[in-house]
Design a protein around this ligand. Structure first.
Ligand code: ADE
Ligand code: ZN
Length: 326
């Protein structure tokens, strides 16, 4: 329909995307083969059959297995470029992508190998298509504060390539306050902060993200809607929520796409945006997320525009760059 065409054609920014979550089964097998890595699954079909998740942890277990094929700079480059090509074809003109350095450092992959491969692809996409980007280093919250500090130390020579820091992985029992000192150090270094909060975790974790970490953005934020004082505070601070519809469906954060809270968020005037999170695992990239919402809800043309506008408003771009897109 017309709304679908509009969603596909309108320029968009993606603000919540885990690079390691773009590893498609085909590419996983291809990279595993050239790196002589034996995967636990014998075929693409067998792997895909495992993509059935009851919660976040089910997914994370596969996500960490999948990323273990990434060893060399060219692996990070190829992965990043494959993602950028896909979303360029979907009229995504600006991307802010997360990478999980600790998921690779643990396997002996040096920080420079990771970041050099990723930024090579990003700069090429900028030169070829004028696509703009920011890179966000994310800490794994199931690991210790000490490990996060060690990772921050490793990142210090590369801070010119990193705009902000994130917090992802298993949310329950790993509240934002666990990393209050790490994020204070990040803030002192001039880094922006966004954390996953209220995906599975309670509203209190979102409060902690606001009041203890003083975040610049919130990833997901679904459960913030359970607390009206919290939504008022998010609104007062004009914080962007990076919402991920297909991810929420696949990880059972919502019961159905029809009951997804994004329209409610817009009705409350919250700066909600549409994002794909881990598109290779959740059944689609940006346009597939828009399509699922359009097909299962009564999203209006005005709301579609607002979602795209919010994506640029919430981007970590200069005012001049934002105005160019808005
Ligand atoms: N890592 C990759 N995707 C994630 C998500 N949706 N939540 C938490 N950690 C993640
Ligand atoms: Zn995420």
């Amino acid at each position: 329909t017309e709304l679908l065409t509009l969603a596909e054609r309108m320029p968009k920014a993606e603000l919540h995307l885990h690079l390691e979550g773009t590893l498609e089964p085909e590419q996983m097998f291809q990279i595993a083969k050239r790196n002589n890595i034996l995967l636990k699954y014998h075929s693409i079909e067998e792997l895909q059959a495992a993509y059935q998740f009851s919660n976040l942890q089910d997914f994370l277990d596969l996500y960490y297995q999948g990323m273990s094929v990434l060893l060399k700079e060219e692996d990070f480059y190829d992965l990043t470029m494959a993602y950028l090509e896909k979303v360029h074809a979907q009229n995504v003109v600006h991307v802010e992508l997360f990478f999980d350095p600790q998921g690779h450092l643990a396997r002996g992959i040096a920080f420079d190998i990771q970041i050099n491969g990723i930024t090579k692809a990003l700069t090429e996409a900028e030169q070829k298509w004028g696509m703009t980007y920011q890179l966000i280093m994310s800490f794994l919250r199931h690991l210790s504060e000490e490990s996060a500090f060690e990772t921050l130390d490793l990142a210090k020579p590369f801070l010119d390539k990193i705009t902000g820091v994130g917090l992802d992985s298993s949310e329950l029992n790993h509240p934002p306050e666990k990393f209050s000192r790490v994020f204070q150090s990040c803030k002192d270094l001039g880094l922006k902060i966004t954390v996953h909060a209220g995906e599975e975790g309670p509203p209190d974790y979102v409060w902690q993200a606001l009041d203890i970490l003083n975040v610049d953005r919130i990833d997901h934020g679904n459960r913030a809607l359970e607390d009206t004082q919290l939504t008022s505070e998010i609104l007062r601070r004009r914080l962007t929520l990076t919402v991920c519809p297909l991810s929420n469906l696949k990880l059972c954060v919502v019961d159905s796409m029809a009951s997804h809270p994004i329209q409610k968020m817009l009705q409350l005037n919250l700066n909600a945006t549409v994002n794909s999170d881990d598109p290779a695992y959740f059944g689609g990239y940006m346009n597939e997320n828009y399509r699922a919402l359009i097909q299962e809800s009564n999203l209006t043309e005005d709301e579609l525009y607002r979602l795209a506008k919010n994506s640029f408003a919430g981007a970590w771009l200069s005012t001049a760059q934002k105005n160019h897109y808005l």
